[in-house]
Design a protein around this ligand. Structure first.
Ligand code: PXP
Length: 239
């Protein structure tokens, strides 16, 4: 009834590129390959410190992505200005701390209601759909609805990091309940963060979740899948 879309996050292709300041591997090319494989959306996070995706990547992806471009960003004046100018199909507002390795928790929409309402209105005025990256918590769902968001993305990190079956099941149940609640509120419900080849299936089975955004595990798998072929290509040049 709800369908299921896969957004592929190509940030970590840029992480490898930035580690050497080379032109490769190119997240734009990775996005094209992801689309060719059937991805329904390309997701990128333009971070304040530009540790992986660069402004130029965003500009090029805006022109080349054929499916939908989902820009994850902090709700800062700088990022809002960029989004309004570039106009991705969707913005997912995420909390951002410079010292974090990756997005650590959900956005506290309930606490920042007033400011986020203004940010959501500005983005929606520019024709951009807005999603809030939140913990699977009723308070945050209701606040997301109240600030005018079109969608929420439920943070699956705690479920993915669970160390026992019981703990994983508890987090899964919160995600199930939050997904149903979100749909009741009229929000589109996505989920993501930490999903990999071993833990995605129970999340994918939740009917109300219409979109998954997955990055790290796909990029990691892609590197190993291409290892033998790449070594053979180099051997062909050397010998
Ligand atoms: N969704 C959101 C909102 C994120 O911040 C991230 C990480 O950038 C992802 C999904 C993808 O997470 P992962 O790389 O762990 O699959």
């Amino acid at each position: 009834m709800y369908g299921k879309r896969l957004g592929v996050n190509v940030d970590h292709v840029a992480t490898i590129r930035q580690s050497r300041d080379t032109l490769y591997p190119d997240p734009v090319f990775a996005a094209m390959l992801a689309e060719r494989a059937g991805a329904h959306q390309i997701t990128i996070h333009l971070r304040e410190d530009r540790r992986h995706i660069q402004d130029r990547d965003l500009d090029i992806l805006r022109d080349t992505v054929q499916t939908a471009l989902n820009l994850e960003m902090a709700a800062s004046p700088e990022m809002v200005e960029i989004a309004v100018q570039v106009r991705p199909d969707r913005v997912t507002l995420v909390p951002e701390k410079r010292e974090e390795r990756t997005t650590e928790g959900g956005l506290d929409v309930a606490r920042e209601r007033k400011r986020l309402k203004e940010v959501v209105a500005e983005l929606r005025k520019a024709g951009i759909a807005v999603s809030m990256f939140i913990e699977p918590d009723p308070l945050q769902l209701e606040a997301s609805k109240a600030v005018g968001a079109d969608a929420v993305e439920l943070h699956t990190g705690r479920y993915c990091e669970a160390t026992t079956r019981e703990e994983a099941e508890r987090h899964l149940e919160s995600i199930r309940r939050a997904a149903a609640h979100g749909v009741e509120l009229g929000l589109e419900v996505a989920a993501g963060h930490g999903l990999d080849f071993t833990n995605v299936e129970p999340i994918a089975a939740i009917e109300e979740i219409s979109e998954l955004n997955i990055g790290h595990s796909i990029i990691a798998r892609a590197i190993l899948r291409g290892m033998e072929e790449s070594v053979q290509e180099m051997l062909d040049l050397v010998y």
